[in-house]
Structure formats: structure tokens, C-alpha cells
Ligand binder design. Structure first.
Ligand code: AMP
Length: 218
């Protein structure tokens, strides 16, 4: 099973990608997570990416494409994969198609997560993240047991730089201009399935299971 999760920032792609990867025992590739790891490790790639990320802009295509190519070549991806946050531009989608084809693979489905703009802003601006174990919470919808403290590892939660107001505005503008054209791109290739992502995590998960049941290779 090879699927792409497409949608604006804050629609819950990452949470669902974790669950689907767990359910089907396939690899999850999140370019956002890979880039944040590079930033934490202060690699030269991470240092280059940080400026873009903090402002809510996209990291250059060649950088993220390189990261994904490296991952795709790993044995863990042979059984299947969920791509979260990649591709985000048409050139990235084209490179992904080529990279998969080179390994004799193709996408089974692209799921388009749909949520109102208002909800997206509320989800992103209230999100709090653990800088140590990367768990995420929300100040209203997924509160930690102790305010401001990670349930999983006890670290103090922070607001990601790109979850601040100004960066959110940029991220949504970037989404409209550079990522939204992928909806049409995958629709034309008959790969797109919409999912209403405004409900609860469980509700969205059930919808995903239905979509994937219909399109998973037997
Ligand atoms: P995310 O966690 O997916 O929202 O990604 C956080 C940030 O990482 C984005 O705002 C971008 O700056 C960068 N990023 C993640 N994925 C990509 C991608 N496919 N192309 C370019 N930049 C990306």
C-alpha cells in the first residue's frame, strides 16, 4: 500500500499517518519530521531548512526530494508507505512518481484531507509540541494531563515557531499557491479520494480505513 496524505497544514495528516502506518505496519515518511530532526541535529541541511521552516515557507524542492529519495531506498519502505506532507509542489509530485517507478512501484491512492480554513487556524494556533519526543497536544481539543507538560515524557511543551500567527498565514498562502494545485494533478490521474477531516480522530480514521479498503492492492 502506497498512499499520499494531502491537505493544508493542521488538518491532522500527521496523526492519521501514524495510525495508518501502525495499523498496516507500513513506513511513514513525514518530510516535516525529517526536516525537524535535521534542524535538531544541526546538520548543514537542517541549518539551511530552518530559516524557511520558521517563516512557514517551503524548503527548496531539491532538498526535500533528496531526503525522500534516500528514505524510499530503505528496505523499510518495501512493504508500503504513507507519505505525510510530501509532495507539496507539482515538481515534487513528478519526482515522486519517477522515484517510485524506478523501484517498480506506483501510488495506490492520494487522500485529500478537507477541513474549513477557520478550523485549520484554530488547530494550528492551539497546537503545542514536545521538543523531546515530538508528541503533539492542543490547548482545547487534546489537553495534556498537566498543563504545559508532555504526557509521554514530562518535557515542557512549546509552540513551534511555525505555529505562530504570522507563520500560519504564510503557510496557508503557500498551501494555496503551491500545494493546492496537486488536488487537480492527482484528480486528473484518478488517484484522489476526499476525506472529511473535520470530525474526531477516530471518525477520520474510520473514513480512511474505508477508502484504503477500496484501493489497497489485494
Ligand atoms: P509540516 O510538519 O508537514 O507542516 O512541515 C513543517 C515545515 O517543513 C513546512 O512548513 C515546510 O517549511 C517544511 N516542509 C515539510 N515538508 C515539505 C515539503 N514537502 N516541501 C517543502 N517544505 C516542506
Amino acid at each position: 500500500m502506497r498512499v499520499v496524505f494531502l491537505g493544508a497544514p493542521g488538518v491532522g495528516k500527521g496523526t492519521q499517518a501514524d495510525r495508518i502506518a501502525g495499523q498496516f505496519q507500513v513506513a511513514k515518511i513525514s518530510t516535516g519530521d525529517l526536516l525537524r530532526e535535521a534542524v535538531r541535529n544541526q546538520t548543514s541541511l537542517g541549518l539551511e531548512a530552518k530559516t524557511y521552516m520558521d517563516q512557514g515557507r517551503l524548503v527548496p524542492d531539491d532538498v526535500v526530494i533528496g531526503l525522500v529519495r534516500e528514505k524510499l531506498a530503505q528496505p523499510s519502505c518495501a512493504k508500503g508507505l504513507v507519505l505525510d506532507g510530501f509532495p507539496r509542489t507539482v515538481p515534487q509530485a513528478e519526482e515522486l512518481g519517477k522515484a517510485l517507478a524506478a523501484n517498480g512501484m506506483a501510488l495506490d491512492r492520494v487522500v485529500n484531507f478537507q477541513v474549513s480554513r477557520e478550523d485549520v487556524v484554530r488547530r494550528l494556533s492551539g497546537r503545542r509540541s514536545c521538543p523531546k519526543c515530538q508528541a503533539t497536544f492542543h490547548i482545547d481539543f487534546a489537553k495534556p494531563k498537566v498543563e504545559g507538560v508532555c504526557d509521554r515524557c514530562g518535557e515542557r511543551l512549546v509552540q513551534r515557531n511555525d505555529d505562530r500567527r504570522e507563520a500560519i498565514e504564510t503557510r496557508l498562502k503557500v498551501y494555496d499557491e503551491q500545494t493546492a494545485p496537486l488536488v487537480r494533478y492527482y484528480e486528473e490521474r484518478l488517484l484522489l479520494s476526499p476525506v472529511d477531516a473535520s470530525g474526531s480522530v477516530d471518525d477520520v480514521f474510520q473514513q480512511l480505513l474505508q477508502v484504503l479498503a477500496a484501493y489497497r492492492p489485494k
